[in-house]
Ligand binder design. Structure first.
Ligand code: Q9C
Ligand code: ZN
Length: 353
C-alpha cells in the first residue's frame, strides 16, 4: 500500500492543552507520526511518497468540505494572534470563550473583530493549540488525503494518508479534538467528486468522529459510521449517541455504535461486524477509514483494551469489505506502540486484500 506522508507535520507542535483546570503536555505530538513512518520502513510496508497536489486543486478539495470564512481564519490565525500582542509569538493560541448555540441566544452570524472571540467561534474545546505552523501542516495533511484518494482512483486497492494534526473532529467551520482540517471528509468528498456515487466512512478511532458526522449528516451519498467510546462518559461528549441517524435526505445514513469504556476486542469486533454490514447494505463503491489507534489497551487518554495483535484482525476484516479504501491517520497516543499498531492494521489489510 502506498503511504502519502506529510513532510510539514512537525510544524504543528503544541506545547500544552487545557485539561481540568490546568495546562498539561500535549498528547498529540510529532513523534506519533515518526514512529509510524519508522515502522513502515522497518517492515518494508509499501512505498512512501510525499504528496504532489497543486495549490488550486488542493484549495478546491478543502473548500468542498470547509467553509471559506473558516479556512480564511485558519490561514491568518497565527499572524492575528501575534498582532494582538507581540509576546504571543512565544505562546500557542488557545480559545477560552465560546458562543454556545441554541437557547443561549449567542450569535454566530456576526464575525467578531476580536481575534480571541473568533478563535472561540471556530472551535469547540481548549485542548487544540494553534501555532505558527498549524495551517501549513494541516493544509499539507489535506494534500496527503487528496493524493491517497487519487492513487485509489487510479486503481490502487488502498492508500494511506499519514498525517498530523489529525482530522475527524474538525467540522465544516470548527476545530477541536486536536483536529483542524477533516482529512477523511476531504477524501470522501474527493471520491464523490471523481464519480464514486456512494462512499462510506468507517471511523475506528476511540473518539466519535463528530466532525465527519456533521459534515455529511444531511446527505444520503456518504454513509458515516463510527465505533467509539460512549459519549455519555467519553470525549467529545456532545455527539455520538446511537439515536443520531441523520437528518433530511440523510436519515438512515449515519450509524453510531457507542461502546462502554472498558470494552475489549470481542465486543469491539461485534460492533465492527455491524458497521461492515451497514457498509455492505449501503452498497458503497469506496471506503474511507479514519484510523485511530487509541483503542489500544495502553492508550493514556482512552478506555478500550485492544491488543497490538488485534489490529491485524481489524485490517483483515476491513479488507473483507472488498472496497477501494483510503486510510487517514487519526488518534493513538501510546506513542511508542502507535507505529506497530498502525502497521499491524495496514499489513493485515494488505495480506487479505
Ligand atoms: N487530557 C483524537 O483522537 N481530550 N482526538 C482528551 C485528555 C481530547 C482526541 C483529554 C481528546 C481528543 C483525534
Ligand atoms: Zn481519538
Amino acid at each position: 500500500m502506498k503511504t502519502f506522508h506529510n513532510p510539514l507535520h512537525a510544524l504543528h507542535q503544541g506545547r500544552e492543552e487545557m485539561f481540568r483546570g490546568r495546562m498539561v503536555p500535549c498528547h498529540e505530538v510529532p513523534a506519533r507520526l515518526d514512529y509510524v513512518l519508522a515502522e513502515l520502513q522497518r517492515r518494508s510496508q509499501g512505498v512512501l511518497f510525499t504528496p504532489e497536489v497543486d495549490d488550486a486543486a488542493l484549495d478546491a478539495a478543502i473548500a468542498r468540505v470547509h467553509a471559506e470564512r473558516y479556512t480564511r481564519f485558519l490561514a491568518g490565525a497565527w499572524d492575528e494572534w501575534v498582532a494582538m500582542d507581540p509576546a504571543n509569538a512565544q505562546r500557542d493560541a488557545l480559545p477560552s470563550v465560546w458562543p454556545l448555540p441554541n437557547r443561549h441566544g449567542f450569535r454566530n452570524d456576526v464575525l467578531p473583530a476580536n481575534f480571541a472571540a473568533r478563535l472561540g467561534l471556530f472551535s469547540f474545546d481548549s485542548g487544540s493549540p494553534l501555532m505558527a505552523g498549524t495551517w501549513a501542516a494541516a493544509r499539507m495533511g489535506a494534500a496527503c488525503a487528496v493524493a491517497a484518494t487519487r492513487s485509489v482512483l487510479a486503481g490502487d486497492r488502498a492508500a494511506f494518508a499519514l498525517t498530523r494534526p489529525p482530522g475527524h473532529h474538525a467540522g465544516p467551520d470548527f476545530f477541536g479534538g486536536y483536529c483542524f482540517l477533516n482529512n477523511a471528509a476531504i477524501a470522501a468528498q474527493a471520491l464523490r467528486d471523481a464519480g464514486m456515487t456512494r462512499v462510506a466512512v468507517l471511523d475506528v478511532d476511540y473518539h466519535h468522529g463528530n466532525g465527519t458526522q456533521t459534515i455529511f449528516y444531511e446527505r444520503a451519498d456518504v454513509l458515516t459510521v463510527s465505533i467509539h467510546g460512549d459519549p455519555s462518559t467519553e470525549y467529545p461528549f456532545f455527539l455520538g449517541h446511537a439515536d443520531e441517524r441523520g437528518d433530511g435526505a440523510g436519515v438512515g445514513f449515519n450509524l453510531n455504535l457507542p461502546l462502554p469504556r472498558g470494552t475489549g476486542f470481542k465486543d469491539w469486533c461485534a460492533a465492527l461486524e455491524r458497521a461492515l454490514d451497514a457498509v455492505e447494505a449501503f452498497d458503497a463503491q469506496a471506503l474511507v477509514v479514519p484510523m485511530g489507534l487509541d483503542t489500544f489497551e495502553g492508550d493514556p487518554i482512552s478506555g478500550f483494551t485492544l491488543g497490538s495483535g488485534d489490529y491485524d484482525t481489524v485490517g483483515r476484516m476491513l479488507a473483507a469489505a472488498g472496497l477501494p479504501t483510503v486510510f487517514t491517520f487519526e488518534g493513538g497516543y501510546a506513542v511508542a506502540e502507535v507505529g506497530t499498531n498502525a502497521v499491524n492494521l495496514l499489513e493485515g489489510f494488505c495480506r487479505s486484500a
